[in-house]
Structures are given as structure tokens and as C-alpha cells.
Design a protein around this ligand. Structure first.
Ligand SMILES: Nc1ncnc2c1ncn2[C@@H]1O[C@H](COP(=O)(O)OS(=O)(=O)O)[C@@H](OP(=O)(O)O)[C@H]1O
Length: 367
């Protein structure tokens, strides 16, 4: 059975991706991979992926949902479509501060003040992105989850269009997980895909440090976030309700699975990272080098056998390191001439992304 996992930003997707990477990597399954990322904020296009030599099994990189090409690669009758959402207040706060939008808008870096200032007059900031080299980031500031799941900005104010789109998504997705109930979500995923408990083990990835978070937002700021991200609120409320209906249908066996999973997860966490503090397991930035992977693992797993060592290492492997490894394995499977063309193309795309990244970071320092 294949799995198509369309990931929304800042919803715990790095952690879910790591689970899917480990599952597919261990069983030598075929991933849909991009030269760099898969074209976001454009909707998914099959032509943006690395060449495939056979029917793929898993797509789990950040993509913007688009039914037709995804159904073509992952026929619904033989695939499971999965995604994950998060409550819109925490989601917006996480997005706003992770991408340092306050700095972009000239409010400095204080996570609470910049958020409050932005919400006082959010519409006046759209032009900053329109005039910037990085127009893509405009998608971060409103209804990002609904946007990632494919709906265009122009419908965000149209209540009927949003409601209809949510009904459409309900038909397309076999499971919509909720990050706020991460363990419950993974147990539903395990049951949907007929996996074992060990297949859903995880370490929380890509968490911000406490001083980067705006905690304890006032009630009125929370209301403003909900008003500004109305489409995301409708989306979340709908799928939060369907989520709990699914759990209810599973009966008491679900909670037995859940406690067995939590027990196993704690055991593995202790085994792999016993002597490590929380801060050492936090990602400052998921695209940073694999420094953490090597330092954390080399010093903690000396006494473990090789398969346990591998598990500990992979549990905290950064998305980019994993992608690099999977791309290499993928290229090794392709015919040499296709592999060479793909390798060249990947290098070119990587170089151009770096150049645009530099141009943007110089520009974004300006108010
Ligand atoms: N297991 C689990 N449980 C609860 N929360 C979790 C979990 N895994 C990741 N996270 C939180 O998800 C946020 C990062 O989301 P993403 O990985 O999707 O971000 S990204 O778009 O790929 O950059 C980030 O939220 P913030 O720390 O609030 O920014 C992570 O802390």
C-alpha cells in the first residue's frame, strides 16, 4: 500500500516525515523526491520530481496539495492520503515567529510584541512581500494550512468556498491527523497503514527554544489570530471533530495501543538519549548541519548494538540530511545516464536556491 502525505508547514510535519523516511528507508521503498524542495508555494507538479524507475510508495516532503498529479502517482484505490493540522492560534504563532515575520515587518524580534503589532493592521503588510524578491513568504501570513492544502488566497474571504473546499478535502484524505494530539494521531496512522508500534516511534523535531515562543497570548490576541485565519479555523474545527469520531469508532483497543506506544516510546527515548537534556534535542533550525545528529549520538549510544544505534541516529536525523541520503540511494537505482542528468539538475537547482536565499536574507533585514 502506498502513502501520500501532504504536509502543512509548522504542524509537526518534520517529525511525521522522519517517521515515514525511516519506514520507507528500512524497507527500500521508493520515495517521490524533488531536486530541492517540491516546488512550494506552487501546487504539486509531477514534472518537478526526480525521475522514477517504478511506481512510488511514499511522498512526504512539503508539497502543496493538488489532486490530479497526486492521484496519478498515488491512485486513491491503492494509496492512503494523510495530512496533519494544528490548532490555528499556536500554528499562526509558530509560523510568525519561526519565519521571523516581525523582523521582516520592522517590529524587531520580540515574539509577543511583533505579533500584536502585526495583528493591529495586518492588511497593510501585504505590499512588503509584493515588493520583495521573496513573494513566496506572503503565504505564511494568512491561513497557511488551508493554502498548503491547495486553496487559493482569493477564496479566503468566501465562507461558502472554504466550506466546500473542506468537504472536498474530507473526500480526498483518509486521515487528517491533529498535532495537538500527536500520539493519538500516530496510533490512527499505524492502524490505517497496518504498521507496528515500532514504526511510529519518534522524537519531537524542529521545536523552537522557549525564548523564541510567544507564550501566554492574551484572549484578545488569540481572537485576532482566529479572525485573521478564519479559513484555518474552519478547517481545523471540522477535522478536529472527524478525528475524534474516528478515535471513538476504534473502541477501547485504541487506548490500549496508545498506552503501549507511549511506554515503548519512553523506553526508546531513555535508551537513546538518557543523558541528554531537552535543549540538546531541540532543533534551532531544521536546515542546519547534522552537527546535532553526530554529537548527540556518538556520545550516548556507545554501548548499543548496531541496529539500536542506527535507530537512535535516524530518530533525530535532520530532514535535509535524510533527503540527501535518500536522493543518493534513489540515483543509484536509476540508469546511469538518467542519474547523471538528474544529479546535474539537482546541483543547478541547489545553487540557484542558495543565490536567491542570499539575496533575500540581505533584503529582509530592511524594514
Ligand atoms: N511530536 C510533537 N508533538 C508536538 N509538537 C511537535 C511535535 N513534533 C514537532 N512539533 C512542533 O511542530 C512545529 C514544527 O513543525 P514542522 O516540523 O511542520 O515545521 S516546518 O514547517 O517543517 O518547518 C514546532 O512547533 P513550535 O515549537 O511551536 O514552532 C514543533 O515543536
Amino acid at each position: 500500500m502506498s502513502s501520500m502525505s501532504s504536509h502543512c508547514h509548522k504542524t509537526g510535519s518534520s517529525t511525521v516525515t522522519n517517521i515515514l523516511f525511516r519506514y520507507g528507508d528500512k524497507r527500500i521503498l521508493t520515495f517521490v523526491l524533488g531536486h530541492h524542495h517540491l516546488g512550494w508555494p506552487s501546487r504539486f507538479l509531477a514534472s518537478r520530481t526526480l525521475s522514477l524507475s517504478r511506481q512510488p510508495n511514499i511522498l512526504c516532503s512539503h508539497t502543496r496539495f493538488k489532486k490530479k498529479p497526486m492521484n496519478w502517482l498515488f491512485p486513491p484505490e491503492s494509496s492512503k492520503y494523510v495530512t496533519i493540522l494544528r490548532n490555528p492560534v499556536d500554528h499562526f504563532e509558530s509560523t510568525f515567529n519561526y519565519y521571523q515575520l516581525g523582523r521582516t515587518f520592522g517590529f524587531g524580534t520580540d515574539p509577543v510584541n511583533s505579533l500584536e503589532n502585526f495583528l493591529d493592521r495586518p492588511l497593510s503588510f501585504f505590499n512588503i512581500f509584493n515588493n520583495s524578491y521573496d513573494k513566496n513568504r506572503i503565504s505564511f501570513i494568512r491561513n497557511l494550512m488551508t493554502f498548503d492544502l491547495g486553496l487559493s488566497h482569493r477564496y479566503f474571504q468566501n465562507y461558502t468556498a472554504v466550506k466546500n473546499y473542506i468537504k472536498f478535502l474530507n473526500k480526498e484524505f483518509d486521515l487528517v491527523m491533529i498535532m495537538d494530539y500527536f500520539d493519538e494521531s500516530l496510533v490512527l496512522l499505524k492502524r490505517l497503514l497496518c504498521w507496528e508500534i515500532d514504526d511510529i516511534l519518534y522524537v519531537k523535531l524542529n521545536e523552537r527554544k522557549d525564548n523564541e515562543k510567544a507564550t501566554r497570548l492574551s484572549g484578545s490576541v488569540q481572537d485576532n489570530i482566529r479572525r485573521w485565519n478564519k479559513a484555518d479555523v474552519l478547517l481545523f474545527n471540522y477535522f478536529n471533530a472527524t478525528f475524534w469520531k474516528k478515535v471513538e469508532k476504534k473502541g477501547s483497543g485504541f487506548y490500549e495501543d496508545l498506552s503501549a506506544f507511549r511506554e515503548r516510546r519512553l523506553k526508546i527515548q531513555k535508551l537513546c538519549f538518557e543523558s541528554r537534556t531537552k535543549i540538546e534535542l531541540i532543533w534551532g533550525n531544521k536546515y542546519s548541519s547534522s552537527y546535532r545528529e553526530s554529537t548527540v549520538c556518538d556520545s550516548t549510544t556507545n554501548n548499543l548494538n548496531s541496529s539500536a544505534k542506527m535507530l537512535c541516529k535516524n530518530l533525530i536525523k535532520s530532514e535535509d540530511s535524510y533527503l540527501d541520503e535518500l536522493r543518493e540511494k534513489h540515483l543509484a537505482e536509476l540508469a546511469p545516464e538518467i542519474a547523471e542528468q538528474t544529479r546535474l539538475m539537482t546541483k543547478l537547482v541547489g545553487m540557484s536556491q542558495k543565490i536567491w536565499g542570499t539575496v533575500f536574507s540581505q533584503n529582509s533585514a530592511l524594514p
